[in-house]
Ligand binder design. Structure first.
Ligand code: NAD
Ligand code: GLY
Length: 358
């Protein structure tokens, strides 16, 4: 079991990482309130409810299961959870445990930050994406009909407990989607992780226990490094959006159907890498290594045929990370070194997307 810490302006948050580590002993080290509410979804509840209840048997524990899916990350579910807490007369002596993937984590984090002006929150992430990214850093959110993650807060948990054993029941496509975010750390800050993933792709795909331990710990350390330097995303935290400008545009153009976030980010990262060769000094050999690694990990690199380039450009223009009227891309100077480019014009991007697709 490994422990790392995220230092923020006000807190030092322990992040505990290991395989098969969830136990009543570990949880009692982190939970000091009388009452505990675990919020999870029905899919995860079906597999792990007994286990989590058992680990929390020393507390006055209640479990709330919400519906499964991104479409439930909204104000209706947010209100439902608040109603549950109010109906059950919980007070501030409460710890809320967000037990699930990024959807549960974002939604429950937002609830914890607003119920009684903020109660204690613990993340126990169960997807690869949540373990390497969303449970670390304090971003909470719900979606608005006009866009993803438009409403939310920055709210740090008191603890993050990452058990890689949960990843063994994750559907294959969700596992691959999380791997895209791991590759991202290899590109933006830890080139040795990228070459390691390229060499060990088969073991990674088989979810070998030691591989999971290595990729989750290494990614969590990288995420901590970015967030501790820039908690509110005014500078380097934005580098975590590598591949996300095109990725988000593809997700939006597909109406968030038939493509997972990580799959869209995989395509977006290879496109950003092509721009980095064209506009910066990324070596073509490194571009080839990135492409080869994504392919070995069964991640997509082609923009889906059914979306028109013009539609992608339209969505890039709407991207909320745009500043002023500029298209904002994170690019690489070389592996492990990023820069923001907000000078790429629509017609240039259209031409580059055309080249990329051909
Ligand atoms: P998700 O939470 O929808 O989980 C994916 C699927 O896996 C769901 O069907 C879920 O029920 C199932 N699942 C979860 N754990 C399981 C397990 N151990 N075994 C079997 N099935 C399991 O998706 P996600 O990819 O984890 O998260 C995506 C969300 O995260 C998006 O809403 C995104 O906006 C958000 N996000 C937030 C941040 C942040 O910094 N807060 C960062 C990245 C992404
Ligand atoms: N997932 C990007 C961030 O946490 O900033």
């Amino acid at each position: 079991m490994k422990k790392i810490f995220l230092s923020t302006i006000n807190n030092k948050i322990p992040i505990t990482i290991g395989n098969n580590i969830i136990s009543s002993k570990l949880l009692s080290k982190h939970i000091k309130s009388k009452s505990v509410v675990v919020v999870t979804n029905k899919t995860i509840g079906k597999i792990y409810l007994k286990k989590i209840r058992n680990c929390l048997k020393n507390y006055d524990t209640k479990v709330l299961e919400i519906e499964d899916g991104e479409k439930y990350k909204n104000i209706t579910t947010f209100t439902k959870i608040h109603n549950y807490l109010i109906d059950n007369r919980f007070d501030r002596d409460l710890t809320i445990v967000a037990f699930g993937g990024g959807v549960v984590g974002d939604l429950v984090g937002f609830v914890a930050s607003t119920f009684m002006r903020g109660v204690k929150l613990i993340h126990i992430p169960t997807t690869l994406l949540a373990q390497v990214d969303s449970s670390i850093g304090g971003k909470t959110a719900i979606n608005h009909p006009n866009g993803k993650n438009l409403i939310g807060t920055f709210y740090q948990p008191i603890s993050v407990i990452i058990d890689t054993k949960f990843l063994l029941t994750l559907p294959e496509e969700e596992y691959l989607s999380g791997l895209a975010e791991v590759v991202k750390y290899g590109l933006i800050s830890k080139p040795s992780l990228l070459s390691w993933m390229n060499k060990n792709s088969k073991k990674i795909l088989s979810r070998d226990k030691d591989c999971l331990g290595y990729i989750v710990l290494t990614s969590a350390r990288e995420k901590v490094r970015f967030v501790s330097q820039d908690e509110r995303e005014s500078n380097v935290r934005a580098f975590l959006n590598y591949g996300h400008t095109l990725g988000h545009a593809i997700e939006a153009a597909m109406n968030y159907r038939n493509i997972l976030h990580g799959e869209a980010i995989s395509i977006g990262m290879l496109f950003a890498s092509m721009l980095s060769v064209e506009k910066n000094k990324l070596d073509i050999k490194d571009f080839n290594l990135i492409e080869d690694t994504l392919e070995k990990l069964n991640l997509p690199t082609q923009i889906p045929k059914q979306i028109k380039t013009k539609n992608i450009i339209k969505h890039i223009k709407f991207d909320k990370k745009k500043q002023g009227d500029r298209n904002r891309f994170v690019l690489l100077n070389k592996l492990g070194s990023c820069i923001i480019n907000d000078k790429l014009k629509d017609d240039f991007l259209e031409k580059m997307i055309g080249n990329y697709r051909s």
